[in-house]
Design a protein around this ligand. Structure first.
Ligand code: ADP
Length: 420
């Protein structure tokens, strides 16, 4: 997808999503406000009815609720406690199904005479729901209030109990999530595109270089003076052989790495003596190392040195590790290949004294296509597949790989393969 189309799509999507959120927010606020008003009207109506019903009654304080009424108390009477259910009933008939905390407040004494729930006194005194009433036996000048307090959480639910508002909130959330998922998909797609073109560029370079070297060596061999000089002839044939080997490993690494992702992929394991294999691979770097004034040291101490493995993949693994060691050494490369057997594991380590890998990058170097962003540190071509291939081969052999590295000092890759 072209850049401007992507930016345009994301902008339109963002605009639509933000507008939708804004419209829905306004709508929900209006709904909440309407619900709020309806709730208040419902409470006022219910309380008007309650007060009308009890205002001619005699007020019987708490504590006398279960005692028989004294003869001196004229009927009708009501008790504090009976207020709770009376208010509850009237609220319900007005469409409010929340049970409030009820209080009775004596304004002249500034005291709360009754609270239906202990510990709610403060809430009641601060509540905006207060209704004047005058019991029959009230002294003149005495002002009583019925106070109501609604539990906050229930109140919120009651006021927002608009199904549509909830449904649209959920839908908006889904839209926003999908928006971010799409943006992420687009970003990943773009990253893949970049990786693909980088991969093709780097691969072209990696293939072109050995081809050019081989073609140059062939040209040289055609020259009669060189052809007749045995040492030069051997030298150029060596170059052709090495470059041919390099190309084969390169093609193997790319093809096998793609095949390994397939679940039906199978290894071809057999008993292999690893030491001669290492010597053979090391041999193919002889010329490259000589050209760069480098050395490859072997410390092959494993005994026995036999593992059950796929020969082709094990060869490529060793080749990739040594090749990287040489590629990522700025001065004359110094590579050490060592083997040992420890507690049922065959260990093969390849160390270099090259540029090293930072702690952050160490976590990613085994990922497919990952290449350390180099800046000015090195200008080595590659396509970030070698170490991923190595890690896959190790995993398929039920082994593991460890990396120790320090920037500027060098790296050691240790492959451990199980032995009986
Ligand atoms: P490539 O070498 O083709 O880029 P690899 O998968 O072999 O891909 O390596 C991934 C990255 O890890 C390389 O780009 C390089 O930055 C880093 N790396 C690998 N081996 C070494 C090493 N021996 N020393 C320093 N850096 C290394």
């Amino acid at each position: 997808m072209k850049r401007w189309i992507r930016v345009f799509t994301i902008s339109i999507f963002a605009f639509a999503a933000i507008s939708l959120v804004f419209i829905q927010f306004t709508q929900t606020r209006r709904t909440v406000s309407i619900n709020d008003n309806m709730f208040n009207i419902g409470v006022t109506n219910a309380m008007d009815e309650v007060i009308k019903q009890i205002s001619g009654d005699v007020l019987l304080p708490d504590g006398t609720s279960n005692a028989p009424l004294p003869d001196s108390v004229p009927a009708p009477t009501f008790r504090y406690q009976s207020l709770d259910s009376l208010i509850g009933e009237h609220l319900l008939t007005n469409g409010i199904d929340i049970v409030p905390v009820v209080g009775i407040y004596d304004e002249s004494q500034s005291t709360l005479l009754y609270a239906s729930e202990a510990g709610m006194e403060r809430d009641l005194e601060d509540s905006p729901y207060r209704y004047v009433f005058t019991p029959r036996d009230a002294e003149s000048g005495t002002q009583y209030y019925i106070l109501l307090s609604f539990p906050a959480a229930q109140l919120f639910l009651q006021r927002n109990s608009n199904l549509l508002a909830y449904a649209s909130l959920i839908l908006i959330t889904i839209i926003i999530i999908m928006f971010f998922v799409s943006i992420r998909a687009l970003t990943v797609q773009r990253k893949l595109d970049t990786m693909k073109s980088e991969f093709i560029n780097n691969m072209t370079h990696e293939i072109k270089t050995p081809l050019a070297t081989v073609s140059l060596a062939c040209e040289m061999l055609r020259d009669e003076t060189i052809c007749n000089d045995e040492e030069s002839r051997r030298n150029f044939l060596g170059i052709i052989n090495d470059e041919n080997h390099r190309l084969r490993v390169l093609v193997d690494t790319i093809l096998q790495s793609a095949k390994m992702s397939n679940k039906t992929f199978r290894l071809n394991p057999k008993e292999i003596d690893v030491h001669p294999l290492i010597e053979k691979v090391a041999q193919s770097f002889k010329l490259t190392l000589a050209n760069r004034g480098g050395v490859l040291e072997t410390r092959l101490e494993a005994s026995p040195s036999v593992v059950v493995a796929d020969e082709m993949h094990l060869t490529n693994l060793i080749f990739n590790l040594i090749d990287n060691g040489i590629k990522y050494s700025t001065d004359a490369p110094h590579i050490t290949v060592a083997t040992s057997v420890e507690e049922g594991w065959f260990r093969l380590s390849v160390s270099d004294q090259g540029i090293g890998i930072s702690k952050d990058d160490q976590r990613h170097v085994f990922e497919k296509f990952y290449r350390v962003s180099t800046g000015d540190i090195h200008n080595v071509k590659g396509f970030g597949i070698g170490l991923n291939y190595v890690a896959q081969v190790v995993k398929l052999h039920q082994g593991h790989i460890a990396l120790e590295s320090e920037l500027g000092k060098g790296s050691t890759f240790t492959v451990s393969l199980p032995v009986d």
